[in-house]
Ligand binder design. Structure first.
Ligand SMILES: NC(=O)c1ccc[n+]([C@@H]2O[C@H](COP(=O)([O-])OP(=O)(O)OC[C@H]3O[C@@H](n4cnc5c(N)ncnc54)[C@H](OP(=O)(O)O)[C@@H]3O)[C@@H](O)[C@H]2O)c1
Length: 191
């Protein structure tokens, strides 16, 4: 059975970060078409035009510790989540000495702290639901990318976290996937 078939047969509620546009929105639309109830995360859900009764966008800045700590309590079906997709991302491309402290903190919080904390907070539930975690990494985390030092290093870090998690959770029936896209046509580089 392919990946799609497995999603359909066993999973019902999904949490997708960065679901308001780009790769996260496409994934969410696919999941809705498969009958999932999708809780999507974005800072500005009002900018998303896609509406569906199975698609619920929650306003949350994942780089903000307070927002992150309160997030799961805002999901009524938290205990039913069987699919967690870590997708939200931004990048700032510049020589490292030109990146402000705020931007470096934002990138670390968004690309590392948020997926690690959400994973930790949901792992017991995912074990109970025999669920699945998907990480959207980047080819930038595998290659040397000009001006992309901090973003690329954090992607490399989350690649390793995903691989460690795969080894840790396979004994408990939780599947872990790492997807490493190359350049993809979204608004990512416009911002
Ligand atoms: N596009 C590419 O070429 C490419 C290549 C390799 C990997 N990737 C990775 O793929 C993932 C998705 O990228 P994309 O191209 O789809 O980007 P995108 O079109 O810019 O979408 C990014 C999504 O993340 C959300 N987001 C950004 N910062 C957030 C925050 N602090 N808190 C909550 N949500 C936040 C955005 O919503 P708001 O702005 O409303 O918060 C949006 O929904 C990222 O992890 C990226 O690193 C992209």
């Amino acid at each position: 059975m392919g990946l799609y078939g497995k999603f359909v047969s066993s999973l019902k509620v999904a949490l997708v970060t960065g679901a308001s546009r780009g790769i996260g929105l496409s994934i969410s639309q696919m999941l809705v078409s498969l009958g999932y109830k999708v809780y999507g995360i974005s800072r500005n859900p009002e900018n998303c035009n896609y509406k569906n009764e199975l698609f619920h966008l929650i306003a949350c800045d994942l780089s903000n510790a307070k927002h992150l700590d309160q997030l799961l309590d805002r999901i009524p079906e938290k205990k039913e989540i069987s699919l967690l997709i870590h997708n939200a991302g931004v990048a700032y491309f510049s020589p490292v000495e030109e990146l402000s402290s705020e931007k470096i903190r934002e990138l670390v919080n968004l690309h590392i702290t948020a997926p690690m904390l959400l994973t930790s907070q949901l792992t017991r539930i995912l074990k109970q639901n025999q669920g699945r975690i998907v990480f959207i990494g980047s080819v930038a985390g595998k290659e040397i990318s000009p001006w992309g030092n901090v973003y690329a290093s954090l992607k490399a870090g989350i690649h390793h976290f995903a691989r460690e998690l795969f080894a840790e959770l396979r004994k408990f029936g939780v599947k872990v996937h790492l997807i490493i896209p190359d350049i993809t046509k979204t608004d990512f580089y416009n911002r």
